[in-house]
Design a protein around this ligand. Structure first.
Ligand SMILES: [Zn+2]
Length: 75
């Protein structure tokens, strides 16, 4: 399984993948949803984690939402 940070150990547990909805698999925590009442951990299977990492790497090369950078410029 690929981790977001290759040097960080990924704790694998048995559970459901938030992305493909399959259950009873080995999943690792890939992030969380944050809200005013707390956080919800997100766990993904190996295949979905690979896909998320690829999406992240591609978005850094070609930003999906370049308007976010424009909004950060307070002109
Ligand atoms: Zn999955």
């Amino acid at each position: 399984m690929t981790a977001w940070d290759a040097d960080a150990p990924v704790r694998v547990v048995m559970g459901d993948c938030f992305r493909c909805d399959r259950g009873g698999l080995q999943v690792g925590r890939v992030g969380e949803l944050l809200g005013p009442y707390g956080e919800t951990p997100l766990y993904a299977c190996g295949a979905c984690t690979e896909r998320l990492v690829t999406m992240h790497q591609q978005s850094r090369e070609t930003p999906v939402r370049p308007y976010i950078a424009a909004r950060a410029d307070p002109r």
